[in-house]
Design a protein around this ligand. Structure first.
Ligand code: C5P
Length: 227
C-alpha cells in the first residue's frame, strides 16, 4: 500500500528537519517542503531528501505571469521533486504554461493547484472584490485546474466528498487540516480526522504539527498509514 501521508516539514533549519527525517522511511510517508524551510535551506536540501529516496512535495505555490511561473516550474522539476503546486488564482494562461513546462521535464512531477486558501472566508474574498461563497469559488477553480490538465488541487478535506464526485476518481485531492483524534487543532479551524478524510475520498493528507510536535511521531504516522 502506498502511503497517503505527506508530512509537512515546517522547521526553521535544515538541521532540525534532517534530525526529524532520520528515522523515517520513504515507504511510510512523503515529505512537504514549504516556504519556511525552502527559504532557509534551499534547493540543495530538497535534492538531499530526493537522494534519500523520499517523494518530495515542493509547496511553493507559484503565482506570477505565465512565463515566470513556467520557468519556476521547469527549475523545480530539475530538483527531482515528486509534486509541486501553483495558485489556481493565476488563471488559465498561467496554469497552461505551468503544465506545459512540467510536461517537457525529463521526470515530470505531479502539478497541483491551490484553489482558495483555507484562511480566506467569505469576508476576505469580498474584500478582494469577489462576492462569492468560498465553496463555490473552490469548485470553479478546481474545474479550471482540471480543464488545464493539471493533476489535482489542494483543498479542505471538508470539501473533498463533493469535489471527488464532480472531478472523478483520478483527480488528486490533497488536503491539509488533518487532525488525528486527541491532537491539538492549533490554528486550523476546519479540521477532519484521517479516517474521515480517507472516507471522503482524499488522495493525500498533509499533516504537520500533530506529527512533528508529537512525543511519539512514529505512533501517529502508523495510525494514519493504517487508516
Ligand atoms: O501543522 P499543520 O498540520 O496544520 O500543517 C499543515 C500544512 O499544510 C502547513 O505546512 C500549511 O502551510 C499547509 N497548508 C494549510 N492550508 C492550506 C494550504 C497549505 O494548512 N490551505
Amino acid at each position: 500500500m502506498s502511503s497517503k501521508l505527506i508530512i509537512a516539514l515546517d522547521f526553521p533549519t535544515a538541521e532540525q528537519a534532517l534530525q526529524f527525517v532520520k528515522p523515517l522511511s520513504p515507504e511510510q510517508c512523503k515529505l512537504k517542503v514549504g516556504f519556511e524551510l525552502y527559504v532557509a535551506a534551499g534547493p540543495d536540501f530538497v535534492r538531499r531528501l530526493v537522494d534519500q529516496g523520499f517523494d518530495v512535495f515542493l509547496d511553493l505555490k507559484f503565482h506570477d505571469i505565465p512565463n515566470t511561473v513556467a520557468s519556476a516550474c521547469r527549475a523545480a522539476a530539475k530538483l527531482g521533486v515528486w509534486m509541486m503546486n501553483v495558485h489556481a488564482f493565476g488563471g488559465e494562461a498561467m496554469l497552461l504554461a505551468a503544465q506545459d513546462a512540467v510536461n517537457t521535464a525529463t521526470h515530470a512531477p505531479k502539478l497541483i493547484a491551490v484553489t482558495v486558501l483555507t484562511s480566506m472566508d467569505k469576508n476576505q474574498l469580498n474584500s478582494i472584490g469577489l462576492n462569492i461563497d468560498p465553496a463555490v469559488q473552490v469548485q470553479r477553480l478546481a474545474q479550471l485546474t482540471q480543464r488545464c490538465g493539471l493533476d489535482g488541487i489542494v483543498c479542505s478535506a471538508q470539501e473533498a466528498k463533493g469535489l471527488r464526485q464532480q472531478l472523478g476518481q483520478n483527480f488528486l485531492l490533497v488536503t491539509p487540516g488533518i487532525r488525528p483524534l486527541g491532537t491539538d487543532k492549533g490554528d486550523q479551524s476546519r479540521v477532519m480526522t484521517p479516517e474521515k478524510a480517507v472516507l471522503a475520498g482524499v488522495s493525500y493528507m498533509v499533516v504537520g504539527r500533530p506529527i512533528t510536535q508529537a512525543a511519539n511521531a512514529q505512533k501517529i504516522i502508523e495510525q494514519i498509514y493504517n487508516c
